[in-house]
Design a binder for this molecule. Structure first.
Ligand code: DOR
Ligand code: ZN
Length: 350
């Protein structure tokens, strides 16, 4: 008999964009409904570069929760720092001692949305910071794409492995590293086989769609994110990794809200919005692979284990049934179009 209800330990989202102000207020309820905790990305304008800024941002997230009627304690934001050429080793020690940030995010300068302040010379100017992170055990979260304008956009992740990841991990073999939103077979093989404390997050869009989706019947901007969707062989490798028994692959939605106007634009922003229906999307992918029994490990166990945090104790359920993804959602004065808007999924959360 087909499984009708899947009950799992409440999941966490290990890679999320919450933004600020009205946008934050519009999206926080979606994530807090499905997830107990989320690692909040620091690519605000200006970026979250210090523990003091991270604590102030965490306080604004908590205020937005109050406004949205979310019970304090039912959702915990886990804050991160944005690595720049000027990040100091003292800031790393402060983050560790105060628990004001659980990780540091590397956006190679120019790689994606609000990455202009990102590090330009990782192994040179940032080496003291990396050494301190390795010593105190603060993970580095990596946007793994080279920024070389001559590099083909579909090759940027594979090139990053050779040009940055391998030298970085050779220089700092005990540094805990998360290869965020992994999108290629090359990345899967690297993370699966590498020695030392390395892991990867996987998004629902990269597990469900290949690059044809961006161009089906015309340009579909709501399928555009960075790293960009890849060929089918890569999607299959990601799905295999997520549903395997490797502890190194876990959930990170990379849900990245942009208004409809900024996506449907002559120079549209990168990012897929999945906070509303993340678990339905992941359940669909795991179901297609015939591996629903692996969803709990991916969504709820491997992430906290990697970060050395306690697993959640509460449970949540997903039910088989139709769920029509809304065409748009309110987003302050504007609207947002969720990933796969208008499509019907075979799973419902809660
Ligand atoms: O698609 C993306 N959107 N990729 C990123 O790396 C950043 C994110 C955003 O902040 O919008
Ligand atoms: Zn992201």
């Amino acid at each position: 008999m087909t499984l009708q209800t899947l009950t799992i330990i409440k999941p966490d989202d290990w890679h999320l964009h919450l933004r600020d102000g009205e946008a934050l207020e519009a999206v926080i309820g979606h994530t807090a409904r499905q997830f107990a905790r989320a690692v909040v990305m620091p690519n605000l304008k200006p970026p979250v570069t210090t523990v003091a800024l991270a604590q102030a941002y965490a306080a604004r997230i908590k205020q937005a929760m109050v406004k949205a009627g979310i019970a304090a304690g039912s959702f915990t934001p886990l804050m991160t720092l944005y690595l720049t050429d000027n990040t100091s080793p003292d800031e790393i020690v402060r983050a560790k001692e105060s628990s004001g940030a659980i990780a540091v995010k590397l956006y190679p300068a120019g790689a994606t949305t609000n990455s202009d302040a990102g590090a330009t010379d990782l192994l040179g100017r940032c080496s003291k910071v990396l050494e301190t992170m390795q010593r105190v055990g603060l993970p580095l979260l990596v946007h793994g794409e080279v920024t070389d304008p001559a590099a083909d956009v579909f090759d940027r992740e594979a090139l990053f492995i050779d040009r940055v990841m391998i030298p970085l991990r050779k220089a700092f073999p005990a540094l805990r590293v998360v290869f965020e939103h992994l999108t290629t077979k090359d990345g899967v093989e690297y993370v699966r086989d590498a020695e030392g404390p390395v892991a990867a997050t996987l998004t629902p869009q990269h597990m469900l769609y290949n690059r044809n989706s961006i161009f089906q019947g015309g340009v579909r901007p709501h399928f555009y994110c960075l790293p960009i969707l890849k060929r089918e062989v890569h999607r299959q490798a990601l799905l295999d990794a997520a549903t395997s028994d490797s502890p190194r692959f876990f959930l990170g939605t990379d849900s990245a809200p942009h208004s409809r106007g900024l996506k449907e634009n002559s120079c549209g922003c990168a990012g897929c919005y999945t906070a509303l229906h993340a678990m339905e999307l992941y359940a669909t992918a795991f179901d297609q692979a015939g591996k629903l029994d692996r969803l709990e490990a991916f969504a709820s166990l491997r992430g906290p284990d990697f970060y050395g945090l306690p697993r959640n104790t509460e449970t949540v359920s997903l039910h088989r049934g139709s769920f029509v993804i809304p065409n748009e959602l309110s987003f302050g004065q504007e609207t947002i179009v969720p990933l796969a808007a208008g499509e019907t999924l075979g799973w419902k959360f809660g």
